[in-house]
Design a protein around this ligand. Structure first.
Ligand code: GCU
Length: 607
């Protein structure tokens, strides 16, 4: 235990993170002041604005001088030496990755600095103010008025810093250093199959709260008695103890008063006879208001149960087949990282038009609009931690990074009925260190959120050396609630006809999801069904694969790879890929390929 604490301390020291404060739950519904819009930026590949010429960080120096970019230095006299000036630079739109905004930043992987000036007058003298980021890829250092607020690591989860004491009514300037260099010990690691979009990719806003506010809550159905809504609430602030909290759910006739304990927490047990359970067919959301004397927050929450029983996945005790599709977070409207409600709407409407009741958000947490819209549309969601391929399994800081990222997405989405599965990893090679890493991560995830299922795309191999029988052969299968695997017979693994002779033998008594299968096709390219890259090839692969998998008794869901063609530096075949992974059922221009209709028809017949 001592070793773990020491490593944890080193992790925070190395990364200069004060105990990274946790985001306030449901920040999206809080009154806020947006800092979205145009920010000045400086491209800084040598990190000249962060280190002096002896490679010492300016921020560790008493007087950082005019070299540090986070001081937003201005020449005060004619003899002053200042070698940068944010206000004379070009601007980038926030939210938004830099690669898709500027031609010269298309391939850029490195450090880039943002600066935004703003005024802010607090509404109340004793209120608190936080700056909240929806996400920023990948390592983000934030400064306000020349002072370091902190650092966040991870490209796809929200974070916040309190700025109550640093804020001025006039002339504030926030400077943000974003470094999207891929690193061996990062999460994800160096090699992925998606574009490494860098920058402040989601919203930035100022949230003002009362001095003691509602920072955390989770409400869900009691496992034993689904007429009871249970959960917990936590306050943040000085007057946490013995505070009265009111929970109001008008449609359920609930208006309950509770008291926090000396730590500012309270548990919930609310009985109600007539709860309409959330389900894909009937995605009922209730208006929930939680209030104290000083604070009030409203949310829209659906109540349902999700569990497995043998090889069944049960929603509200009813067995369900997950008719899904995998989705990357790439805007079908403008390209680049999604960051708007419109992006979420278009992607989920594509999935709905396919007949989906489920989406696999690959391979990292998507923006919050996706899960909140999925709540409303009745689309079930698999959310994934970016523990992808060949992670540094034996590096404790890598583990703590992965743990921090899953904890952040759980904190953001734990009240979303649509979210049913937390995925620990994707296609990771089996080894003792990998199994230890993932088992620890799964245990941590269950502690953070015991109400949802855990899965991961596992390894599958020949059964007892028989090349015509496949099986899930992976120690981590013992740990997950739902088995899942990617298989590419007919694309990476033999010819499409191979589907006709392969049988699947699942030895574990658990539900199975095939998390990926697919083939590349260039929209509009036609030919014979054995002609790779044609729509006919992809169509034939879908036909043969669906026949092959239909025979798997424990199969309770599929999420073929992938909804829309997406950018990847690995895909460079001229006139066909041109930096796109072409396994989409829809092109990046929104054109539906023939295989789209094969899957659509399959889902129409699937019960
Ligand atoms: C892998 C991986 C995906 C990748 C896909 C492909 O299974 O999970 O991220 O894009 O195969 O090769 O297209």
């Amino acid at each position: 235990m001592k070793k773990h604490i020491l490593i944890l301390a080193c992790f925070y020291f190395v990364y200069g993170i004060k105990a990274q404060e946790k985001i306030m739950v449901n920040a999206i519904n809080r009154e806020s002041t947006s800092l979205n819009g145009y920010w000045k930026y400086i491209v800084d590949p040598y990190e000249n604005g962060f280190y002096n010429y002896r490679y010492e960080p300016f921020e560790n120096q008493e007087n950082p001088g005019n070299g540090a970019f986070f001081t937003n230095a201005k020449r005060k006299s004619k003899s002053d030496l200042v070698e940068y000036d944010f206000d004379k630079m070009d601007s980038l739109k926030v939210p938004g990755d830099w690669n898709s905004q500027k031609e010269k930043l298309f391939y850029y992987e490195g450090t880039l600095w943002y600066k935004k000036s703003f005024d802010y007058t607090k509404k109340q003298e004793d209120s608190r103010v936080f700056v909240y980021f929806g996400a920023s890829n990948y390592e983000t250092d934030v400064y306000l008025n020349g002072k370091k607020l902190g650092k966040h690591i991870g490209g796809f989860t929200p974070f916040q810093f309190e700025i109550s004491k640093l804020l001025k009514p006039k002339g504030n300037y926030i400077v943000v250093k974003v470094d999207n260099k891929r690193k061996r010990d990062a999460v994800p690691t160096l090699n992925t199959d998606w574009w490494n979009y860098g920058g402040i990719t989601r919203e930035v806003k100022l949230i003002e709260t009362s001095s003691t506010f509602i920072s955390d809550y989770q409400l869900y159905l009691d496992d034993e008695d689904t007429k009871i809504i249970t959960g917990q609430i936590e306050l943040n602030g000085f007057k946490k103890a013995e505070q009265e909290i009111t929970i109001n759910i008008p449609e359920l006739g609930i208006n309950e008063k509770l008291k926090t304990d000396h730590t500012g927490k309270c548990t919930i047990k609310l009985k109600s006879k007539n709860i309409r359970y959330w389900s894909p067919e009937s995605p009922k959301l209730y208006d929930v208001t939680i209030s104290t004397q000083e604070d009030k927050i409203s949310d829209q929450i659906g109540f349902r149960t999700i569990k497995t029983k043998g090889a069944e996945i049960l929603i509200n005790e009813k067995s369900l087949f997950l008719k899904g599709i995998s989705i990357h977070e790439e805007s079908p409207i403008n390209g680049g990282r999604c960051n708007s409600k419109e992006d979420a709407k278009k992607l989920l409407e594509y999935a709905q038009s396919l007949g989906c009741n489920y989406v696999r958000l690959a391979h990292y947490p998507h923006n919050e609009y996706m899960v909140r819209l999925a709540d409303k549309m009745g689309i079930l969601v698999w959310e994934e931690n970016p523990v992808y391929w060949t992670i540094s399994w034996d590096n404790e800081e890598t583990y703590l990074n992965a743990q921090n990222q899953i904890s952040e997405v759980i904190r953001r989405d734990k009240n979303r009925a649509s979210v049913i599965i937390w995925s620990m990893a994707n296609e990771t090679p089996n080894s003792d260190t990998r199994n230890e890493f993932l088992t620890k991560l799964a245990k941590f995830t269950k502690e953070q959120d015991p109400t949802r299922l855990i899965s991961a795309a596992l390894e599958q191999h020949d059964y007892n050396g028989n090349p015509n029988t496949r099986t899930i052969d992976d120690p981590f299968a013992e740990i997950v609630d739902v088995l899942s695997f990617n298989q590419y017979i007919g694309w990476y693994d033999g010819e499409i006809e191979k589907c006709q002779r392969i049988k699947w033998k699942i030895t574990q008594d658990k539900p199975v999801i095939i998390s990926e299968f697919g083939a590349g096709a260039k929209y509009g390219l036609h030919g014979e069904k054995d002609d790779r890259w044609t729509e006919e090839y992809q169509e034939f692969l879908y036909q043969e694969t669906l026949k092959m998998v239909d025979g798997i008794e424990q199969l309770k869901g599929i999420s073929p790879w992938v909804l829309v063609d997406f950018k990847s530096p690995r895909r460079v075949l001229p006139e066909i890929q041109d930096n796109y992974n072409r396994k989409g059922l829809i092109s990046e221009k929104g054109e539906k390929k023939k295989a789209f209709f094969v899957l659509k028809e399959y889902y129409e017949t699937k019960k």
